[in-house]
Each structure stands twice: as structure tokens, then as C-alpha cells.
Design a protein around this ligand. Structure first.
Ligand code: SF4
Ligand code: SF4
Length: 362
């Protein structure tokens, strides 16, 4: 079988060497990407237009998307007229590394014939926070009482997701402040039980990091969970760095003050498609009590309460729902996108009640 390998340049090598080892009958006759960058003049690369011409002339059997979790790529390849489009599950590379790769598998599949992968999923372990950033995009500074995730509902939803998706590439546990949840290790275990190859990323402001319990530290290490620490100028960098090193944790400490953005238009008269197109949060797929959406807004805007519709999102328990249907919906604008606007940046600061709606509204 002759295929063109399509995907981000950095995925090419792994895919080519995996296929050479496990599918020597598959011949990769060209490497293709939306942007060929420094390889544009290489004999090994082809543009999408050239790949399509090869396909239409019957010189290749199809195209293989090496970023198998990217629904935008599948949509583009479909619209251009490639058929079949093949996918290679991204967890195969991890299975190859840890020795759990099953033999006698095809390893590459027509993508509609297998469960798709999700690029990323976000989940709130706590809606509230121990820091009150002005204009928090998750509205955590408006959550006046502790609001924790329910582990029973979470376990049920994760199990349901595993029926719909073969893999979730990046699983973000955040909030609010995720370390406020005393059961964080139980949530980590639940994620890994259903999605063993997912990369868990815990997004934290770091304020509780030095006091986390040994059981949590063990769980972080055991599952190689990554700590993404947003430092809003409140942390002792040396202590945090030492702590991370001593406990052999994976972490990045973003010490620059982050830029914050206003982005809401409560009038709801924005061009939803145009706003969605340029939205930097549209791939922050969010899970909340049996529903998922392209971002957290449908589930957290209730804390803002300015007549913006709530609870839009895909019901995971609809009968006959497939992962592919979810993927297609996630890359389309929601009704709610009309209530967003072009981001307007401002400098981060702590805020105190009473909060101004202008902290969020453009
Ligand atoms: S630390 Fe993060 S979650 Fe907490 S208020 Fe600030 S931006 Fe929001
Ligand atoms: S509602 Fe739409 S435009 Fe607004 S943040 Fe979410 S995905 Fe982006």
C-alpha cells in the first residue's frame, strides 16, 4: 500500500519509523504538512495539492493523518476529497515504548472505522479558587462557596468517554484551584484507569503545592502527571523549584506575569462563526456532568449571570452518539459564541468584590 503521510512535521519521524518496524508493506511515498517549513524544497515532501493529484491519478492509495487526534485535519482532508483517510492511534508509540504493543494488529485504520481520539479535555476539580484574579476566564473569583467535582459522576463520565474515544491525548485537571480538592489523587486514578496513555496536566497557581499530601505526590509521580504552574507573582520560585526537584515531579513554572483577556459580549450580537474561528479557547474541550463542549463557557458562565445562555454542550448519553459525531460538533461554533468578542488584553491583577462586569466584557 502506498500512502502519503500528513501531519505536523514533528510527528513524521515517529510515524515513519513505527511503520518501518511494524508495517513494512506500507510505503510512505511522500511527507505532507499544512506548512512544509524548511522541508518545502525536499524531494521527500509534497504539498497537499500534489498529494491530491497523486491520489486522483491513482498513484497512491490514500493519505495517513499522523496527528490522528486532530479533527480539523480530518475535516480538511475529507473536504479536499481524500478517501480513504487513514489514522494511526497516537498511543501505539507509547505502547511500543512500554512493550505492550499487540502483535498482529493493522496499526493503521480507515479513520471512520475506529473510535477517534480527543486532542484534549479539561475538567474542573474545584470551581472555586484561592486567588481572585481579575476577570478569571473560568469565573472562579465569583464562586463564593467551595464547589467540588463529584467523583461518582466523573467516573461514570470517564467510562462513557472511553466508549466514545480510544484515547485522550492531554487531560487537564484544573479549576479554580485543583489542589483545593482533597481527593485529587482519586480523580487522577480514575482518568488513568480509563485512559492509561493520556498525559495528565494539572494547571495550578502553585499556592498549595508545598503542602500537598504524600499520597498525592506519589500519585503524581506514579502517573507522570505534569504540573503546569502559573505564577501570578505570589510564589517563592526557589522553594517551588526545589520542591519539584526533590520529589522528582514533572513541572513547568511560568514565571512571567500572564496576560489576561476580556472576551464577553453580553448583547449576544457577535458573528459567532467569525469569533469561533479566531478563538484561542475553542480547543479547550471541557467536561461537566455528562456533557462536553468546545470550551468551559457553557458550564461556568452561570457564575457570571448576565443573561448569557448556560449549559449548551453535547449530552454524552444521547442514544447512538459516536465519538466522530462529537468531534464534528466540537469544531463548529456554538450558539454561545455570539456572546464572545475579540479578546482584549489587560494586565493581570488581584480583584476584590464587588466585581465589575467590565472585568470580562469588551
Ligand atoms: S488562579 Fe486561575 S483559576 Fe484562580 S482566579 Fe486566577 S485565573 Fe482563575
Ligand atoms: S463560546 Fe465559542 S467563542 Fe466563546 S470562548 Fe467558547 S469556543 Fe470561544
Amino acid at each position: 500500500m502506498k500512502l502519503i503521510l500528513f501531519g505536523n512535521i514533528e510527528t513524521w519521524n515517529d510515524a515513519v519509523s513505527f511503520l518501518a518496524n511494524h508495517r513494512p508493506d506500507v510505503q510512505i511515498v511522500g511527507l505532507c504538512s499544512l506548512d512544509l517549513g524548511p522541508y518545502a524544497d525536499s524531494n521527500a515532501t509534497v504539498t497537499l495539492r500534489q498529494a491530491l493529484a497523486l491520489f486522483k491519478d491513482g498513484l497512491i492509495d490514500g493519505i495517513l493523518n499522523s496527528n490522528g487526534e486532530n479533527p480539523y485535519y480530518f475535516q480538511l482532508l475529507e473536504e479536499l476529497g481524500f478517501h480513504p483517510i487513514y489514522t494511526m492511534p497516537s498511543y501505539l508509540l507509547q505502547q511500543e515504548l512500554d512493550g505492550s504493543l499487540l502483535s498482529k494488529e493493522p496499526y493503521i485504520y480507515p479513520y471512520l472505522e475506529v473510535k477517534p481520539e480527543l486532542m484534549q479535555l479539561e475538567f474542573h476539580l474545584a470551581d472555586h479558587c484561592n486567588l481572585n484574579c481579575k476577570g478569571c476566564t473560568h469565573f472562579s473569583n465569583l464562586v463564593t462557596e467551595p464547589v467540588f467535582a463529584d467523583i461518582t459522576q466523573f467516573q461514570k463520565d470517564i467510562k462513557r468517554l472511553s466508549e466514545l474515544f480510544s484515547h485522550i491525548r492531554h487531560f487537564y485537571l484544573l479549576g479554580g484551584e485543583p489542589f483545593l480538592n482533597p481527593d485529587i489523587h482519586t480523580f487522577i486514578a480514575a482518568v488513568k484507569a480509563s485512559f492509561p496513555y493520556t498525559q495528565i496536566i494539572i494547571v495550578t497557581n502553585g499556592l498549595l503545592l508545598l503542602s500537598i499530601q504524600p499520597a498525592v505526590i506519589d500519585m503524581l509521580r506514579k502517573h507522570q502527571a505534569h504540573l503546569s504552574i502559573s505564577d501570578y507573582n505570589c510564589l517563592d520560585h526557589d522553594k517551588i523549584t526545589r520542591f519539584v526537584r526533590e520529589h522528582q515531579l514533572s513541572a513547568d513554572l511560568r514565571i512571567e506575569k500572564e496576560e489576561f483577556y476580556k472576551f464577553l459580549n453580553p448583547k449576544g450580537d457577535s458573528d459567532g462563526s467569525a469569533i469561533f474561528e479566531q478563538c484561542s479557547r475553542k480547543n479547550c474541550t471541557f467536561l461537566d456532568k455528562g456533557r462536553i463542549a468546545a470550551c468551559c463557557l457553557p458550564f461556568v458562565v452561570k457564575y457570571f449571570n448576565q443573561s448569557i445562555p448556560e449549559m449548551e454542550g453535547i449530552d454524552l448519553y444521547q442514544p447512538d452518539l459516536t465519538g466522530h459525531q462529537i468531534q464534528r460538533q466540537l469544531i463548529r461554533p456554538m450558539e454561545l459564541c455570539r456572546y464572545c468578542s475579540t479578546d482584549v488584553p489587560y494586565t493581570w491583577e488581584i480583584s476584590k468584590p464587588p466585581f465589575e462586569k467590565e472585568d470580562w466584557c469588551v
